[in-house]
Write a protein that binds this ligand. Structure first.
Ligand code: PMP
Length: 404
């Protein structure tokens, strides 16, 4: 009847998933307390392309000072749901600053970006509603979609003609319709056509949610996100989701919308109401990072220069960078799983950290190494990484089926 203990079950699953490839070197879970910036004190020095410190703020003394002061003055935890005891004045100060920076009416913070997508999508939609998502949307959006009782249809990645045909066919049969896209796709480094999306949203009386996890601080002249990039009014996007974990070098998520919408969510959104308020330390860290981004528009500009340089050099070396536009995220595609693993292991041997991204993070036939760029990467870092990938014939390695 039973199938054995949980331990037996898990080790069988791991074996079937091809765990043995890790015997030749494990490129995941490499502890990055050995980044180049503190190499002198800790031995081996790694250049990381695996972190979303897009604007290079993680080491800034102003931010460390702000978080240390917050810890000293307010303690580590908010110690309650904000509705009933966890509210701190720094929460609303930060939320106003986020909304002002993006140019929208209001924002609300939650304890993670993942939770933000999960809770908002299922909160908004019911059985009579239609949810249309780009097929490459992040797992947190899929989790929200699974929790929502709405009819779910995925449209082909960035194919707005496909989206339009679904809207024409289905919109009339449903009460509300939510379209969900990302501002910058985290695995492919490309962006949706926001002006066209807005046109479709108005034409078909739909709502639009844009997850700006990777585009906040990155896209546009000032790094205000995808509306900044296209010169559109951010208030035309019904809901902007963001995270504090990327350009803001902290941890947490936020939602931006019209004031009345945020006021309603403050009392009703389960992931907000039934979860603790942001830790004061995290809030102060993210706020200090936001202040720097607002004061130093040269940072997103430097990131653009570095990212475009990486893209141009990778392409010139004959590497396949997929549809990336050259902002913060650039994948290098490989023909199969084993060559992706070997390439990543080879990079690590040369003190460059860029782990492989394989199924289920990306489709089975499109394994890749995803490079996260930072305004602080130097040209030599880029040249070294590309030289490793160019020199080796990874494709010649024998194939394997999967790793986890
Ligand atoms: N949305 C997207 C597009 C993401 O890539 C991620 C995580 N990388 C999240 C949401 C979740 O954000 P967090 O890690 O801050 O919870």
């Amino acid at each position: 009847m039973g199938s054995g203990s949980l331990l037996e079950f898990a080790s069988k699953r791991a074996r079937l998933a091809g765990k043995s490839i890790l015997d030749s070197g494990n490129p995941w879970f490499v502890p990055l307390d050995r980044l180049r910036s503190d190499a002198q004190s800790r031995g081996r020095s790694l250049v990381s392309f695996a972190n979303y410190d897009y604007l290079g703020l993680s080491d800034r003394p102003e931010i460390k000072k702000a978080s240390a002061e917050a810890l000293e003055r307010h303690g580590a935890g908010a110690l309650g749901s904000r509705l009933v005891g966890g509210e701190r004045s720094m929460h609303s100060e930060f939320e106003h600053a986020v909304a002002d920076f993006i140019g929208v009416e209001a924002s609300l913070t939650l304890v993670s970006g993942y939770l933000t997508n999960l809770t908002i999508i299922s909160h908004l939609l019911g059985v009579k509603d239609l949810l249309l998502i780009d097929e490459l949307c992040h797992n947190s959006i899929l989790a929200g979609a699974k929790n929502a009782k709405a009819e779910l249809v995925a449209f082909r990645h960035n194919d707005l003609e496909h989206l339009e045909s679904i809207l024409k066919e289905k919109r009339g049969s449903f009460r509300n319709c939510l379209i969900v896209v990302e501002g910058l796709y985290s695995m492919d480094g490309d962006i949706p056509d926001l002006p066209k999306l807005l046109e479709l949203k108005y034409q078909h009386n739909a709502w639009l949610l844009v997850d700006e996890a990777h585009s906040f601080g990155v896209l546009g002249k000032q790094g205000r996100g995808i509306s900044d990039h296209f010169g559109e009014d951010p208030n035309d996007i019904d809901l902007i989701v963001g995270t504090l974990s990327k350009a803001l070098v902290s941890c947490g998520g936020f939602l931006c919308a019209r004031q009345e919408i945020i006021d309603w969510l403050r009392f009703t959104l389960s992931g907000f109401v039934y979860s603790v308020g942001l830790s004061p330390v995290i809030t102060a860290t993210a706020h200090a990072a936001l202040d720097i981004i607002a004061a130093e528009p040269e940072l997103p500009e430097q990131l653009r220069v570095v990212s475009e340089m990486f893209l141009a050099k990778a392409r010139a070396a004959g590497l396949n960078t997929g549809p990336a536009i050259g902002r913060a995220v650039v994948p290098v595609m490989f023909g199969d799983l084993r060559s992706t693993m070997l390439a990543s292991q080879e990079l690590l041997k040369k003190d460059i950290y860029a782990p492989p991204i394989v199924h289920i993070g990306v489709p089975k036939d499109l394994p890749r190494i995803r490079f996260f760029l930072s305004s602080r990467h130097r040209e030599a870092d880029i040249d070294n990484a590309i030289a490793v990938l160019k020199e080796q014939d990874f494709q010649a390695a024998p194939a394997i089926e999967s790793v986890f």
